[in-house]
Design a protein around this ligand. Structure first.
Ligand code: ADP
Ligand code: MG
Length: 245
C-alpha cells in the first residue's frame, strides 16, 4: 500500500531523517517507534505532503507521491490525525465529522441520491463506527480529552481513507481512554480493512496492536519486521529497548 525507500530530509543543514525505509501492507497496523526527536513526526509530514523529501521515494499504491500537496495526497486516500488536538471546538461532534465528509464529496458525483441525505448517512456511519453517536449533538469543547481524540479519528475517517496515519494517538490519555483507542484501532484494521500507520511510545501497546514495526533511530531505520523479529534485533536492543527497560 505504502512504501518508503531511502528517504532523507534536512532542515537548514540539520539531518532530521537520514535514511528511512518502511513498508505498510494493506489492512495491517504498522508502528514506527523511536525516542523523542528520532524523526517520526517528520516522516509523517513527508508522507502527507506537509514536507517533501530531499532524497528517496515515497510510493502509494505504486504511485510516487513525494512531491504532491497535502490536499492531493488526502484525496488519494491517505489521512492523518495530528499529535495535538485539531478540531473545531464551536461545532458539534456531527458537524466536525461532516466537514471532512463534505470535503471529500465535492469530488464525487452521485446522481440519484440527494447529497444532503447522503452526507448525513455517511457522517453518522463514521460516528457509529467510533461509538460517537451519544455525543452527536454535543459541542466539541464540552467533550473529554479522550473523546476529543476519538473525534479526531472520526474526522480523519470522514475522508474515507485507505490508510490512516496516527501520530501518538494515545498521548496524554488515561489507561481507560487508551484501551478505547486500542480497541478502535484494532477494529478499524480488522473489520474495515484499513491500513494504519502509527507512532507510539508505549511498547506494550505497540506489541499488542501492530503486526509490523519500524524502528527509527536518529533519523535512520535500524530495523523493520514483525514485533518478534524487532524485539530480538541486537541493534534495537542497544539503541532503544534497552534504554526504556
Ligand atoms: P519525533 O516525532 O520522533 O519526536 P521529529 O520528527 O518531531 O521527531 O523531529 C526530528 C528532529 O527534527 C528533531 O531534532 C527536531 O527538532 C527536528 N525538526 C523537526 N521539525 C523541524 C523543523 N520544521 N525545523 C527544524 N528542525 C525540525
Ligand atoms: Mg513526534
Amino acid at each position: 500500500m505504502l512504501q518508503i525507500e531511502h528517504v532523507a530530509k534536512s532542515f537548514s543543514g540539520f539531518m532530521a531523517i537520514t535514511n528511512a525505509n518502511l513498508t505498510v501492507p494493506k489492512g495491517q497496523v504498522v508502528a514506527v517507534i523511536g525516542p523523542n526527536g528520532a524523526g517520526k513526526s517528520t516522516l509523517f509530514n513527508l508522507i502527507t505532503g506537509h514536507l517533501h523529501p530531499d532524497k528517496g521515494l515515497i510510493t502509494f499504491k505504486g504511485e510516487e507521491i513525494g512531491e504532491l500537496s497535502p490536499h492531493d495526497i488526502c484525496l488519494k486516500g491517505i489521512a492523518r490525525s495530528f499529535q495535538l488536538i485539531n478540531i473545531f471546538p464551536r461545532l458539534t461532534t456531527f458537524e466536525n465529522v461532516q466537514v471532512a465528509v463534505l470535503a471529500r464529496n465535492r469530488k464525487t458525483n452521485k446522481l440519484f441520491t440527494p447529497v444532503r441525505k447522503l452526507l448525513i448517512e455517511e457522517t453518522d456511519s463514521v460516528l457509529e463506527k467510533l461509538g460517537l453517536i451519544p455525543y452527536r449533538e454535543r459541542l466539541c469543547s464540552s467533550l473529554s480529552y479522550g473523546d476529543q481524540k476519538v473525534l479526531e479519528l472520526a474526522i480523519a475517517l470522514g475522508s474515507q481513507p485507505e490508510i490512516l496515519l496516527l501520530d501518538e494517538p494515545t498521548a496524554g490519555m488515561s489507561p481507560e481512554e487508551t484501551r478505547t483507542i486500542v480497541k478502535l484501532i484494532k477494529n478499524l484494521s480488522q473489520n474495515e480493512g484499513l491500513s494504519i500507520l502509527l507512532t507510539e511510545h508505549d511498547m506494550e501497546l505497540v506489541f499488542d496492536v501492530a503486526q509490523r514495526l519500524m524502528v527509527l533511530h536518529q533519523g535512520q531505520t535500524i530495523a523493520e519486521g514483525s514485533p518478534n523479529e524487532v524485539r530480538r534485533d541486537k541493534a534495537v536492543q542497544n539503541a532503544y529497548l534497552g534504554e526504556t527497560g
